[in-house]
Design a protein around this ligand. Structure first.
Ligand code: SAH
Ligand code: DHB
Ligand code: MG
Length: 218
């Protein structure tokens, strides 16, 4: 599901609202050249993550799923002075591209790229008080990532989960697909979990029809 008008509107928003920045063009160019999938958040979505992180004065951020570093740079730049982003990436080929992205973006001082599978890396973060989390890795593990994010968060922290809608698959009970099922479970758990208050919004744009879940840690 995709219509040309979604692309046109995303281009319009990007042109009118997002300051052109060669750093992001370069990340996407090197990611493509290295054969990474073109599944980064869009520029408007990256700026949304930045605005959300800024609005809660985030110092400590966590990202699960780095890819080439596109969303990580948006988040890292939005952090308060002295802030730090831990971003986790399982695929060494992706981590190589991301590390170069962070160097070129001048954010190496505030980005801590951890290579490994998230469920192995997350226990090592116990004790940190995370303000802002972006979950965007392997979809079937998203329920577990949400639980980790909540446990690592301070009161008032924000958690954003990408790709919860997936062309509407979340509402299709027939979809036995691990990703759709996992996102259904994420919403079901998020609605019942006393530790958070959550909502989800559907989105359309150059990445198609999808959505974000947003949760505030009580
Ligand atoms: N957040 C990025 C896009 C992430 S794409 C952006 O918007 O720019 C998803 C990433 O998660 C891929 O790079 C993939 O290699 C990584 N990933 C998949 N499974 C993972 C796991 N178990 N642990 C950590 N990273 C994983
Ligand atoms: C896919 C993954 C993503 O994180 C995304 O935003 C879009 C697509 C994918 O695996 O297809
Ligand atoms: Mg995503």
């Amino acid at each position: 599901m995709h219509t040309p008008v979604w692309d046109a509107v995303d281009e319009f928003f990007e042109r009118t609202l997002v300051t052109p920045d060669a750093v992001f063009d370069d990340v996407l160019r090197r990611s493509e050249a290295a054969g990474l999938p073109a599944i980064s958040v869009t520029a408007s979505q990256g700026k949304l993550l930045a605005l959300l992180a800024e609005s809660i004065d985030a110092h400590h951020a966590l990202e699960i799923g780095t890819l080439g570093g596109f969303s990580a740079i948006w988040i890292a730049r939005a952090l308060a002075p002295g802030g730090r982003l831990v971003t986790i990436e399982a695929e060494p080929r992706h981590a190589v591209v991301a590390r170069e992205s962070f160097a070129r973006a001048g954010v190496l001082d505030r980005v801590d790229l951890r290579e490994g599978t998230a469920l192995d890396v997350l226990p090592g973060l116990a004790g940190t008080s995370v303000d802002f989390t972006f979950i965007d890795a392997d979809k079937p593990n998203t329920p577990a990532y949400l639980d980790w994010a909540i446990r690592l968060s301070r009161s008032g922290a924000l958690i954003v989960i990408d790709n919860v809608v997936r062309e509407g698959e979340i509402a299709d009970a027939e979809k036995g697909d691990g990703s759709a099922q996992a996102m259904r479970e994420v919403c079901e758990r998020a609605g019942k979990d006393e530790r958070i208050s959550a909502t989800a919004v559907q989105t359309v744009g150059s990445k198609g029809y999808d959505g974000f879940l947003l949760a505030r840690v009580r």
